[in-house]
Every structure is written in structure tokens, then in C-alpha cells.
Design a protein around this ligand. Structure first.
Ligand code: GAR
Length: 219
């Protein structure tokens, strides 16, 4: 049982459905929760995710990247806001800006991302269309510690979903998103409970049941 919740800053750029899953899972103010969202920061004004946070009573900030001369200045402002909020972990949830090497280094192993593919396959954007084109039979989502190279870093947790015969990028994307909404709360809980350790660049999670084998197509 965790007595002191892990304080996290959630960074978003849009819709915020993963943020909502975290709010629903951990609650904004429940003291027994292992995770407390202390701030939600968006780099885009007027996005739905900010409204979701406000509705949950979580402090919000909009730091518009367009107002800064370069990435370094933007990231410095981001860093300041995160530290002022007292966050110990930075959670990227649909945050669509590349972070500078300095920022990533400053938050090393305290910065996590969710990516809509089974890394190391399909780094980058447009993952669902590319997965369909490639004909993979399993697709999914990955939560990982962030390293400087985009969509790399120790893998903390993954969720796999089958690719179905008549899938479009939208239907497959929705199936993955529903998995993301379960995966991110699980991964943050594991981190908050101190159950994720690093063995070189490999994240090791203790105490989980062995996963059953997934088949696609089904046996
Ligand atoms: C999610 O599918 C997330 O995995 C993806 O953006 C979506 C955000 O949705 N992130 C990335 O592609 C990061 N490279 P949400 O705003 O509804 O959570």
C-alpha cells in the first residue's frame, strides 16, 4: 500500500481520452490513490483535454509552443511549470511535440509516453494505417520511458489487440485506444508502487502474473 501518492504532470495536445482514463482510474483527489495528477499542461489552446482536467478540478496550464522562439525556450517553460506543480513524473498522453535532448535528459526515467503501436514496430505517426498495410496480425500500444530518439526507450507495458479482416485505420485505432485506456493506468500504478526497475535499458516489472499467449487469428 502506497502512503504517499506519486505526483504526476500529464502533458497533452488534444482530445485527452487517455487523460480521462487516468482521471477515472486514479480520481483527482482520492488520497488512497497511488497516483495524483497535479497538473495538466497542453501546448495547444482550446483543446478538449484541458476541459476534462478542469471538470475534474485539476490545475491546468496552456503553454503554446507558437509563443516561443525555439524548442529550447518552449521546453524550459514546460520544465518550469512541471517543477512548480511539484510533479515527480511526466506523463505524455497524446503530446504531439518532440522534446529537446536537454529536457529528456533532465527527466530521464521520470518521463513516460504512450505510443499507439507495439514498439519497436511502427515508431512515428500514422501507425494504424501502416500496421494494416504491413499485414500484421497483432497491433497494440506501448508505454515506455522516453529517450531522445523518437518512440524509443525501455518498454514498461504493452497491450496487444488482434487485427481483424475488415479493419480500417479507424476501427483498428479505436480497438487500440480502448486498450490504451486500460494500459496507461496499469503502467502508472506499477511505477507508483515501485514495481518497475531498470536493468540497463530494459524495464523489468515484478510481481505480475505470466501473460497468457495471444493468437491472431484465433486457434
Ligand atoms: C493516443 O492514441 C496516443 O497513443 C497517441 O495519440 C493519441 C492521443 O489520444 N500518441 C502518439 O501518437 C504519440 N506519438 P488522446 O488525446 O485521446 O489521449
Amino acid at each position: 500500500m502506497v502512503t504517499k501518492p506519486l505526483k504526476v504532470a500529464v502533458l497533452i495536445s488534444g482530445r485527452g481520452s487517455n487523460l480521462q482514463a487516468l482521471i477515472d482510474h486514479f480520481g483527482p483527489v482520492i488520497t488512497t490513490s497511488p497516483v495524483r495528477i497535479v497538473t495538466v499542461i497542453s501546448n495547444r489552446p482550446g483543446v478538449q483535454g484541458i476541459e476534462r482536467a478542469k471538470k475534474a478540478g485539476i490545475p491546468t496550464a496552456v503553454i503554446d509552443h507558437k509563443a516561443f522562439p525555439d524548442r529550447i525556450a518552449f521546453d524550459a517553460s514546460l520544465d518550469r511549470a512541471i517543477r512548480e506543480a511539484g510533479a515527480e513524473l511526466v506523463v505524455l498522453a497524446g503530446f504531439m511535440r518532440l522534446l529537446t535532448e536537454g529536457f529528456v535528459a533532465a527527466w530521464k526515467n521520470r518521463l513516460v509516453n504512450i505510443h499507439p503501436a507495439l514498439l519497436p514496430s511502427f515508431r512515428g505517426t500514422d501507425t494504424h494505417r501502416r500496421a494494416l498495410k504491413r499485414g500484421v496480425k497483432m497491433h497494440g500500444a506501448t508505454v515506455h520511458f522516453v529517450r531522445h530518439e523518437t518512440d524509443t526507450g525501455p518498454i514498461i507495458a504493452q497491450a496487444a489487440v488482434p487485427v481483424l479482416m475488415n479493419d480500417t485505420p479507424d476501427t483498428l485505432g479505436l480497438r487500440v485506444l480502448q486498450a490504451e485506456h486500460k494500459l496507461y493506468p496499469l503502467a502508472l500504478r506499477l511505477i507508483a508502487e515501485g514495481r518497475v526497475t531498470l536493468d540497463d535499458e530494459r524495464a523489468v516489472v515484478d510481481g505480475r502474473a505470466e501473460p497468457t499467449v495471444l493468437f491472431s487469428p484465433a486457434l
